[in-house]
Ligand binder design. Structure first.
Ligand code: 7PM
Length: 277
């Protein structure tokens, strides 16, 4: 057993867990007004819960390469009502995919159980906002900013550079009173990385684990899968599952995915086999 507390619930991170992706950006729920999008978000959440997700990751700021930044108010309006509605309806851990201090504070107040920050709490006030909660936080590595991060990313040694960056963020967390036991590390697949960088990071997943941290991997349907298989985004499930199975065998225990049921079933077998003597 390796329990981590996520607000009102805990997870045993000796076992794998699926985090289902819930995008609440306007491009994900075509514009039919507030009620329509809230209803669609709740239905998608229920589906992912029935399929076995342990966490629903709610995100309102598109971090895709080339995306335009959204205002704080826009992000609040998108994300907070959804978090509130999910926590009211379902017994599930809600994660908030945000870098914004005000969103961190309000999401925690509404019952979010995990802060998932692709900027590893680098924005002004974000460290302090998390320090004022008891919640765990996922620190992700990104090189550059979403608009330009895929323009010739380069590293000395990608694994060492990403590790060094994440450890520097761990130090900053501890400085403000966020204990190590609350930290989850994520190499940030696709965030300022070439195919070769992504493959190296996945190959070395165990190095992050060996530093004593839980590891989260988010590679669902990403370009790296398409690059290896030469397939469009809607045909990347099998490749996604292969890469996640590899990450599991190297120690990752949290998997951020679109396709919950296939991953829950794959990981159930991976974990049963690993535990059989
Ligand atoms: C459009 C394209 C929208 C790509 C969103 C994305 C990660 C994450 C994202 C990840 C963690 C996606 C990305 N990716 N959080 N948020 N780790 N912790 O492909 O890899 O889902 S957004």
């Amino acid at each position: 057993m390796s329990l981590m507390s996520f607000g009102d619930k805990s997870l045993d991170l000796s076992l794998p867990h699926v985090m289902g992706i819930l995008n609440v950006t306007p491009d994900s729920f075509s514009d039919g007004g507030v009620f329509h999008s809230l209803d669609a978000a709740l239905r998608q959440s229920e589906k992912m819960i029935v399929e076995g997700a342990s966490i629903i990751d709610v995100g309102g700021e598109s971090t895709r390469p080339g995306a335009v930044p959204v205002s704080i108010q826009q992000e609040m309006d998108r994300v907070l009502p959804v978090i509130e509605a999910i926590k009211k309806r379902f017994d599930i851990i809600v994660s908030v995919d945000t870098s914004t201090t005000q969103v961190i504070r309000e999401a925690a107040r509404l019952g979010a159980g995990l802060i998932n920050d692709v900027r590893a709490l680098e924005r002004d006030g974000a460290l302090q906002a998390v320090a004022e909660t008891v919640l765990p936080v996922c620190l992700m590595h990104m090189k550059g900013v979403p608009q330009t991060m895929q323009q010739q990313p380069d590293y000395g040694s990608v694994v060492d550079d990403v590790m060094q960056y994440l450890l520097s963020r761990v130090v900053e967390c501890e400085r403000v009173g966020i204990d190590r036991s609350r930290l989850i590390l994520d190499p940030g697949i696709g965030f300022g990385k070439t195919l070769s960088h992504n493959l190296s990071l996945l190959n070395r997943t165990s190095q992050f684990k060996e530093m004593g941290f839980e590891v989260l991997i988010g590679l669902s349907r990403k370009t790296m899968i398409g690059d290896v298989l030469n397939l469009p985004v809607d045909e990347r499930l099998y490749g996604t599952m292969g890469a996640n199975a590899s990450a599991y065998s190297k120690g990752a225990r949290l998997f951020r995915v679109h396709d919950v049921r296939p991953h829950v079933e794959m990981l159930a077998l991976m974990s049963r086999i690993e535990r059989e003597i």
